[in-house]
Design a protein. Structure first.
Lengths: 199, 263
């Protein structure tokens, strides 16, 4: 049997036309359940910023926007679970009350001013430098007891510290950030190194 | 077999992680809450709240006792909402009673039919909303948001048959300490995909003791709806009949009037 071009087109178009009639329409099955919005989005691990437990969370982000956040199932601490605060991590990202610029309140001022990061960081460095220089203790005299004779004597030792500055870390910091933070504090001679986590 | 949840209320600590995880995944806005003399913050379902933890407080032997219960759609095996929906927007997908928001017209018929009073009206989208057992997550092999968030393992997800066996085992273990312990949802409301392990009677947990689809809904579905089209046909027949009868009457009257005039 020979089929001309015209006949072939006729048959194939007729076959295509019957498809929807025969029930190949998949739209109802698809529409039943909602769209899976984190499909093919790679989760990025992070640490919960709230309490000291340090639960693992994953962030699903695409095109520079956070789509969803949830517990990290591979994290040994929480194994995917989250408390009410950790579950609300998305709110940090998508929040009208989120701080987007550093705010500065001058001494004795009654209002906050918006400042850029450069100014703020310079100001912090300036203050740290001034405070450290003003209150730096290089040497301290301590009493040392001679174990044999039992005589106490004053000995001067090098301390190189400042007691005017304190640092406070947070649970949002991971191990490496905490290391760097402590290193900075020690380099400055800060002895009051604190952290909110109680593990 | 179909999927289901198991809510082991004896393991729940009321942290509300599931509640927030649900809001987070379903992208539902927070709603203002107030102090109402109890630790319970979310008082009830709403168009933006698919699940909440009931803090049922009782004083027993001079001590405060909490009967926590995570409430959400029960995902009935034979859902009344699905039967009554005029838009056929509700269907069962692997044990989950899901609704197609594209089809839902917001008539709120499902809300009145539900024996657990779960569906609520969302005024923003003008549709009835409720928990979907995270069907889109389950279809991709993930756990529902609330189950994944649960810290204590009070929420479990899996095949309903297996969960029922786990629940019964748990109840047997609880019986020694809690004589009223029971599984809720095995046969209640014709069986539900959401199973509860309760340490006491359901009413203490704010759950209906004997969930029933209202008699009015049943009567409507059973007797009125199937014969509804007949009513339309009857009405049409009646109006045709009245059209002709009034015409005949008028013709007769006119003839009578004419007769009296000439006569």
């Amino acid at each position: 049997m020979r089929i001309t071009r015209r006949e072939f087109l006729k048959i194939s178009s007729a076959a295509i036309a019957t498809l929807p009639v025969l029930g190949f329409d998949l739209t109802p099955a698809m529409a039943q359940i909602g769209e899976f919005r984190i499909k093919n989005v790679k989760p990025v691990p992070t640490i919960c910023p709230y309490c000291g437990c340090g639960c693992g969370l994953v962030v699903y982000a695409a095109d520079g926007k956070v789509i969803a956040t949830e517990g990290d199932p591979d994290h040994p601490i929480n194994q995917g679970s989250t408390c009410a605060k950790g579950a609300a991590l998305y709110q940090i990202y998508d929040n009208p009350r989120r701080m987007r610029k550093p705010l500065y309140r001058a001494p004795y001022s009654d209002h906050w001013e918006e400042k850029d990061w450069g100014w703020v960081l310079d100001r912090i460095v300036e203050k740290i430098k001034a405070t450290r220089d003003k209150n730096f203790i290089t040497k301290e005299t301590v009493k040392v007891k001679d174990e044999k004779t039992g005589v106490e004597s004053d000995v001067e030792i090098n301390v190189n510290r400042t007691e005017a500055i304190a640092t406070l870390g947070g649970a949002a910091l991971d191990n490496e950030e905490c290391y760097l933070y402590t290193k900075l504090a020690r380099t400055l001679g800060v002895v009051y190194v604190e952290h909110q986590a109680r593990l | 077999m179909a999927k289901g949840y198991l809510v082991d209320t004896t393991k729940c600590i009321g942290c509300r992680g599931c509640v927030v995880a649900c809001k987070n995944w379903n992208q539902l806005p927070a709603e203002p809450t107030g102090f109402k003399g109890t630790y319970q913050t979310v008082a009830d379902f709403s168009g933006n709240t698919f699940t909440y933890i009931g803090f049922n407080e009782y004083e027993e032997n001079g001590q405060l006792k909490w009967y926590f219960t995570k409430r959400q759609c029960m995902h009935c095996l034979d859902p009344a909402c699905m039967k009554v929906c005029p838009q056929k927007a509700i269907s069962i997908v692997d044990g989950a009673v899901v609704r197609d928001y594209g089809k839902c017209a917001g008539c709120q018929y499902c809300a009145s039919a539900c024996p657990f009073h779960v569906p609520r009206y969302n005024t923003k989208i003008n549709k009835e909303t409720k928990c979907s057992m995270c069907a889109e997550r389950v279809a991709e092999g993930m756990l529902p948001a609330c189950v994944k968030a649960c810290v204590t393992g009070a929420l479990q997800f899996g095949e309903r048959d297996e969960l029922l066996a786990i629940a019964k085992e748990r109840v047997n273990a609880l019986k020694a300490e809690y004589p009223n312990a029971r599984v809720y949802g095995e046969n209640d409301a014709g069986g539900t995909s959401v199973l509860y392990v309760l340490a006491d009677v359901p009413s203490k947990y704010g759950l209906p003791e004997n969930p029933q689809v209202s008699a009015l809904t049943t009567a409507w579905q059973k007797y009125v709806k199937p014969y509804g089209p007949w009513l339309i046909a009857l009405t049409a027949a009646g109006s045709i009949l009245s059209f002709f009868s009034t015409r005949l009457l008028k013709v007769g009257q006119r003839a009578h009037e004419e007769e009296s005039l000439h006569g």
